[in-house]
Each structure stands twice: as C-alpha cells, then as structure tokens.
Design a binder for this molecule. Sequence first.
Ligand SMILES: Nc1ncnc2c1ncn2[C@@H]1O[C@H](COP(=O)(O)OP(=O)(O)OP(=O)(O)O)[C@@H](O)[C@H]1O
Length: 285
Amino acid sequence: MDAILSIEHLHKQYSGFELNDLCLQLNPGEVMGFIGENGAGKTTTIKSILGLIRHDGEVRIFGKPFEQLSERERGQIGVVLDGCHFHDPLTVKRVEQILSGIYPEWERTKFLQLCERFGLPLNKKIKTFSTGMKMKLSIIAALSHNARLLILDEPTSGLDPIVRDEMLDLFYDFIQDETHSILFSSHITTDIEKIADRVTFIHQGRLQFSLPKDVLHDEYGIVKGARSEIEKIDSDSLLAIVPQSLTCQGLVRNREEVRQAFGKLNVEAATLEEIMLCMVKGELR
Ligand SMILES: Nc1ncnc2c1ncn2[C@@H]1O[C@H](COP(=O)(O)OP(=O)(O)OP(=O)(O)O)[C@@H](O)[C@H]1O
C-alpha cells in the first residue's frame, strides 16, 4: 500500500531545540493521533510537511515532495493550523466566495450545508464569532475542497466537549472513505483515543513510538508498587519508571506477561494520558 504521507529522517534545528531524525508513515484510511508535550515539535513537524519551513530529510505527500504537487493535489490537502486564519472583517459568505476562487475542487453545497448544520451564520462578520465558531469555520473550510488528506494542528483545542464531539463526528464521516487519511495533533488525549487508529508520540523532538492504538490499549500497562519490585521487570518490558511519594509507578509494554511474572505488583491497562505522563516525567529505560 502506498503511503499518503511519508516522512524520512526529518530534521530541523532551532536554537535550543532539535527535531531529530523523524520517520513516519500515514496510510490511506488511517487516522494518526500526534501527541507530545508543549514544545515537543508537533507544529514544527506539521510545518515541515506543508513546506512552510526549511528542513532536512524527505517528506512526500501522495508519493511526491510538496513542491512537485499539482495545484489539484495541493487542493486535496485540508489544513487546520492553530487558530482561525480568516480575516475578522469578512463574513462567512465572503470567505466562501474567496475559497471558491482558490480551490479547484471547491464544494459549495457541502460548505453551506456544514455551516447550517454547525450554526454558522453566513452574513455575520468573523470578528463577532466565538473561538469555537472560528475553529468550526476553519474545519468546515478544510473539509469542503475534496481533500484526501487532513492535517490538523490541535483542531479541538479551545472547544467545549459538545463542539469537540461534533468535530470528531465530522472527522469520522470524512474517514469513512477508505482512501482518506488524517494527521491530528492534540493535547486532548481522550479525543485521540476516540478517533485515532495509530498514535505517534514525540518527546523533546524525538520519536518515542508510532503504534496502532489497539496495541497501546491491549498491551501497555501501568504497574504500581515498590521501586525495588518494579526494577526487577526486565528492561525489554519496562519503558519508564516514575518515583512517587510512597510507591513507584512503571510503564510496561506487555502487561499480561508482567502481571503473571510479578504477582505482588498491581498491573492495569494504561490510558494514553498515563503513557504520555510516564514517558515525559519518568526515567526512561
Ligand atoms: N521560528 C522558530 N524559531 C525558533 N524556535 C522555534 C521556532 N518555532 C518553534 N521553535 C521552537 O521549537 C520547539 C518546538 O516547537 P513546536 O511549536 O513544534 O512544539 P509543539 O509540540 O507544537 O508545542 P505545543 O504543543 O506547545 O504547540 C519549541 O522549543 C519552540 O520554541
């Protein structure tokens, strides 16, 4: 299967930060949740993918470097970067006219239907919109030009749980077409848990893992107990250890085996948030 997006040895250096040798692949039909602490390098990765910043390494979208994509292919990438980038004095109606002139495959009816479904008034200026309305407009616009790939940088941040859920439904509709894919960065790990098939985690500019969500859900675990006991777990299984006031917490990659081998330890399934916390705050093995 040809990847819709592939990244090979991506490298970007800023003073005090290095995105290091990042390799990733996003396949048709896949939703990749992209997580990492503040400053981990998620936006830097997304900007590199979109050719917005210079970088080393190779990025291919639909099999080609960004610069070689045709106008039509570029239009098949729906992008939502942090915040709303439409000018405040414009109305939604005017935004629609402008976008219809930019995208070769602009879908006017779909755009208007989505605006109606999500309560965006066509004749009001964007400056009167709430944060949630502005974000909805950005997402609706990204979904209305026949995109095959959506690249979303924190699309649900700042939205209340109800609107977030509506947005996730929209992404879910989009992904029903098995040729479509989404790269979705977020700090809201429960959103990622709901929608992603694969979770990619970077920490301080380095890839920690890019794994199917089911593997994390079915195999990863949090172990609680005395540090001396947790340290007996072999280093292939134990990924990180987090000292706490009385006991310790460990992250393991094969919880059933650990549960059987270490009866004294309390072993439970790990949420994405717990996995992230252990790998960011813990001592990595
Ligand atoms: N133009 C720039 N010049 C210098 N440093 C930059 C620039 N852009 C980003 N950085 C630095 O690169 C690092 C990674 O930033 P980036 O925005 O990619 O992180 P992030 O994972 O998206 O974080 P957040 O979750 O807070 O949005 C940070 O240390 C940031 O300060």
